[in-house]
Ligand binder design. Structure first.
Ligand code: MSP
Length: 654
């Protein structure tokens, strides 16, 4: 057991505002993995925490007339309460204001400086005085501050830099040698493109604000954001302290989970820092997608959609929320969070499929056998399919969970639940119950249902830690019968179990009344939240020949983004192609497009287009094309590029 450790982390959250359901997403997913690994016998370290320094927090505290520490203390407590409510089983919670972290960061900074990996220089850039922020040329929007739109001026500030620029080759080699270091695959390509455009040294201190960890040998400088934040993953284990036993035990991390917009920091800056320190690298960096709200952003500002996790847990229960987050959206992709979809899943999957299976089974076990199944059972050929599905379920879950495909794992569990419900209809136990001679067959049918529910309850434990014990209580099982080991084989439902009918796991929700209540709750009379989901028309229309229907999860795999054409030139040797340089909101990339016949470069420069951002790069006539832009084919040998001028580069399209 000694070396069977598993270390998983969430990003550390900025306590700059209230936590919303989007913040809960990564933490719930990490929790499911931590619980799963514990069930498998791993010695798990699950870390989460808060990233408390920086200018934004300093300014917010000032606005409220409190000290930065007072400001963060209040919000951090809210985060911690939320994690308790959501049944998050983190083993540790790090705050970057913890004394232990502060001292370790100072030591790390010193070490890097002594090794020549950090040097003193000048930070130059476009400075926005009201925002107190530096911007690079490419970050500016129409040469104005991208945050507030005001004038910027060229400025310089003394600062320390980490020699990130020297790590490009080593990082590319790392990705090549360890193909699963960055997941999902599409994010790896983004990182490779980013590095190929050239890495600049990273500014790691500031003098323009004070709310940060002081550089102990140079007063006036505070450590700036990412060096302070990323090192949490090792300082929380005691690295650079007197007690580093946990560091030695758990590092390197098995996986860092994070949202896609901060993969860059984890896949580029973090490994480079660790290389500079001579430390082992994490095994994997996994960038999940965003929960998008009514307004298509990752911020929960939208009206007409309740996204406060406290309200949601209060109305629907913690496990329903956990289930929805992990079931609805494939982990690597973006997906919409709507109250209708949530209620839909609660009614269909939880109340109907799972809840009914349990209540029908326990009610019949009570009614016909007083809760104790007789040992004399008579099997029939129809039982075999259910037995096989149930016995192979754990392996299917394992396979998906190892790849962090929670929604697939849950879909597999629900396939078995659906099959078991069908089995009830097929075997009609209420008919068997009318004839005593059929009781051995009835006992076998109920045994099969109980055994399916036993296996389902075990495999649901990491996702729904409240529901699984409730199911097991009603089934009258505990100990070995609910162990992970026993979920992999058929037949572990104990003879001695006393089955009892309990409360419904998930009461059905009256959709119309509930949506009306939600509208009343958030004071939004626009009716947005009440609009029933439009039935997909495409279901009725015939599909173009040769095209298979796809689910929304397939479409969600395509990452469409607005991109602005910065430059455009013809491609020698390829009359049809134009080489476009695009700003995709995160950086620049090159795309070769076969539109030279219909557009001149001059017509395109400055226009905004729709980019397929996660298309595998391909070399077209000597040009590496990192994506594709969308155009409509009007059928008469003309193509019209779809322009979306006026929408900022990087805006997601769904
Ligand atoms: N403090 C940094 C992380 C430092 S890690 C060394 C940070 N904090 S954050 O609070 O802005 O974001 C924390 C995480 O929450 C990110 O992974 C981000 O993607 C995630 N989410 C915030 N809103 C989200 C959604 N709407 N959906 C999914 N995740 C989202 O960045």
């Amino acid at each position: 057991m000694e070396d069977k450790t598993f270390y998983i982390t969430t990003p550390i959250y900025y306590p700059s505002g209230k936590a919303h359901i989007g913040h809960s997403y990564c933490t719930v997913a990490s929790d499911a993995i931590a619980r799963y690994k514990r069930m498998q016998g791993f010695d798990v370290m699950f870390l989460t925490g808060t990233d408390e320094h920086g200018q934004k927090i300093e300014l917010k505290a000032k606005e409220e007339g409190v000290t930065p520490k007072e400001y963060v203390d209040k919000i951090v407590a809210q985060f911690q309460d939320l994690w308790k409510l959501l049944d998050i089983s983190n083993d540790r919670f790090i705050r970057t204001t913890d004394e232990k972290h502060v001292q370790a960061v100072q030591k790390i900074f010193h070490r890097l400086y002594d090794k020549g990996e950090i040097y003193k220089g000048a930070y130059k850039g476009w400075y926005c005085t009201p925002c107190e922020s530096f911007w690079t040329e490419t970050q500016l929007k129409d040469h104005k501050c991208p945050d507030c739109g005001r004038e910027v001026k060229w400025a310089e500030e003394e600062a320390y830099f980490f020699k990130l620029s020297e790590y490009a080759d080593r990082l590319l080699k790392l990705y090549e040698e360890r193909p699963s270091f960055i997941q999902p695959e599409s994010r790896k390509n983004e990182m490779i493109n980013f590095i190929k455009q050239g890495l600049e040294d990273l500014c790691v201190t500031r003098t323009s604000f004070t709310w940060g960890i002081p550089v102990d040998f140079d007063p006036g400088h505070v450590v700036y954001v990412w060096l302070d934040a990323l090192t949490n993953y090792i300082t929380a284990l005691g690295y650079a302290s007197d007690d580093d036993a946990d560091y030695r035990k758990y590092w390197p991390a098995d996986v860092h989970f994070m949202g896609k917009e901060i993969v860059r920091f984890h896949a580029i800056i973090w490994p480079a820092m660790l290389m500079a320190l001579g430390l082992p690298l994490p095994k994997q960096v996994y960038g999940h997608g965003w929960l998008l709200f009514g307004d298509g952003t990752k911020m929960s500002k939208s009206k007409g959609n309740v996204v406060d996790p406290l309200v949601l847990c209060d109305r629907y229960g913690v496990d329903a929320i956990r289930y929805f987050l992990l079931r609805e959206i494939p982990f690597g992709a973006d997906g919409n969070f709507t109250n209708e979809a949530l209620i839909g899943r609660i009614n269909a999957d939880l109340a109907n499929d799972l809840g009914n299976l349990l209540s029908r089974t326990t009610a019949m076990a009570q009614k016909y056998f007083g809760g104790k199944l007789p040992a004399k059972r008579e099997e029939a050929p129809i039982d075999r399919e259910l037995q096989e599905m149930a016995a192979s379920l754990r392996a299917k879950c394992d396979e998906n969970i190892e790849k962090y495909q929670f929604s697939n794992a849950l879909a597999e569990i629900w396939k078995l639940i659906a099959r078991a419900n069908k089995y009830i209809d097929e075997t009609a136990p209420w008919v068997l119950g009318k004839d005593e001679a059929q009781f051995p067959r009835l006992a076998a049918v109920l045994y099969h249902l109980c055994e399916v529910l036993r296996i389902v309850s075990i495999l649901l434990t990491p996702f729904m830690p409240n529901t699984a014990p409730k199911m097991q209580e009603q089934l009258g099982i505990s100990g070995e019968a609910v162990s992970y080991a026993s979920a992999g084989t058929w037949g572990g439902f104990p003879e001695s179990a006393v089955i009892q009918k309990g409360e419904a796991l998930f009461p059905r929700i009256d959709v119309e009344k509930e949506i009306a209540a939600l509208i009343a709750l958030i004071g939004d009379t626009s009716g947005k939240a009440a609009a029933p989901e439009a039935k997909p028309e495409t279901a009725k229309k015939p599909l173009p020949e040769g095209l298979a229907q796809i689910g929304i999860e397939d479409f969600a795999k395509v990452e469409l983004r607005v991109a602005k054409i910065l430059a455009c030139e013809p491609v020698k040797k390829a009359k049809k192609l134009l080489k476009l340089t695009l700003d995709d909101g995160q950086g620049q990339r090159t795309v070769a497009s076969g539109i030279a016949k219909w557009y001149t470069p001059e017509e395109l420069i400055g226009k905004s287009v729709i980019l397929v951002a996660n298309l595998k790069p391909a070399v077209l006539c000597g040009v590496e094309s990192q994506g594709m832009i969308l155009a409509a084919d009007s059928g008469e040998d003309t193509a019209k590029v779809l322009f979306v001028d006026g929408i900022p580069a990087g805006s997601p399209i769904h």
